[in-house]
Design a protein around this ligand. Sequence first.
Ligand SMILES: [Zn+2]
Length: 279
Amino acid sequence: MERITFQFQDDKGNLFGNWKLEIGNLIFMSIIIFTIGLFFGSFLNSFIWRYRKNILETIWTDRSICPHCGHVLSANDLVPLFSFLVLGGKCRYCKQPISWQYPLVELFFALLTWLIYWKFGLEVTFVYYLVIGFLLTALLVIDVWDGILPNGLIVISMFFWFLYMIVSRAHYYDWTNMVAAALLGFGFFTAIWLITLGKGMGVGDIKLALLLGLLAGVPSIYYIVFFSFILGAIYVLPLLFLGKTKWKNPIPFGPFMILAYFLMLFLGTEIQLAFLRIF
Ligand SMILES: [Zn+2]
């Protein structure tokens, strides 16, 4: 009788040995990557706070302080997620509430870091998307608080895109494709801006569309525009319905564009296939 061989048999004859090893490795790496992502998220919070206060140059020199009482925070107060939970969301020294931005951004960026690892592995691409993810999340949070998309962060993102295109020796096709997408995004939001006489969109949204076009290319930019309006509607329609906001109240649109970009980054292939099947 012929011996049955298993696909997952290792060289010592242990069945499913490799399979167990691979799952074990994936879980181990995921925990490490997620934890690193939490600490990057904590640094991102500090970056955002200093950017909004216009004191970014202090990020490597000055310790973090409580924005209410000014007390210098110790290492115990700065452990991502855990400090917020242990302190019950309040400053240890003045008992004033800590913004929900802190745990949310830490969790969001840890998840983003893990997704980048899952999608791209630990290549140069991982570092590139980590930097882009960092800058886009900063833009998202600053737009939520202040309703602006700072030029500085958009220009730095474009610089990293350019650097990555050089390092990865991008093909002529990719350059033209991405520049075309940037012009399409730019053109579309400029048209809305002109038609609504500057009330429907901010100038910041036009610049962000230019950046996202460069990062995503064609056809992703079409989907990003589409999903940004869908996400915006999901957010604003219940508020309008409940009378919590009015049509004329401006809401920042940048966060929806950035979330749509992340959606296409991780699920773009699946979404495009689904669309092709439907239409
Ligand atoms: Zn305090």
